[in-house]
Write a protein that binds this ligand. Sequence first.
Ligand code: 5GP
Ligand code: ZN
Length: 112
Amino acid sequence: MSTDCIFCKIVAGEIPATKVYEDEDVIAFNDIHPIAPVHFMIVPKEHIESLASAEEKHQALLGKILLLAPKLAKQQGLKGFRTMINTGREGGQEVFHLHVHVFGGGASLPKT
Ligand code: 5GP
Ligand code: ZN
């Protein structure tokens, strides 16, 4: 746990969040500033700063997070969804604890 990390505080239950899933390795909760009708993030409980800091030992954890995305999206009623991982300040990352955004539910998502 990193003491001044918002997502570590959510993992520890020190900051409230609307959880959509939790197990021993990961937690998923709604984004506080959603950019789509459904917008949640899947977050490893371990503090990994970003995708660029992930190591070989995190391979199974990363796979687990990706495989969770369609399951949780389906539970949220989404027929399709978009995932996003912002990496580094220049990649638009604001919270430096690895997270996978999952969003959808709009009439249409903008093309990238
Ligand atoms: P990033 O730009 O790092 O990929 O995304 C960070 C996301 O975390 C943003 O979409 C932001 O709205 C969300 N966020 C920041 N602080 C909190 C918080 O305290 N609670 C929740 N649920 N989401 C947060
Ligand atoms: Zn953290």
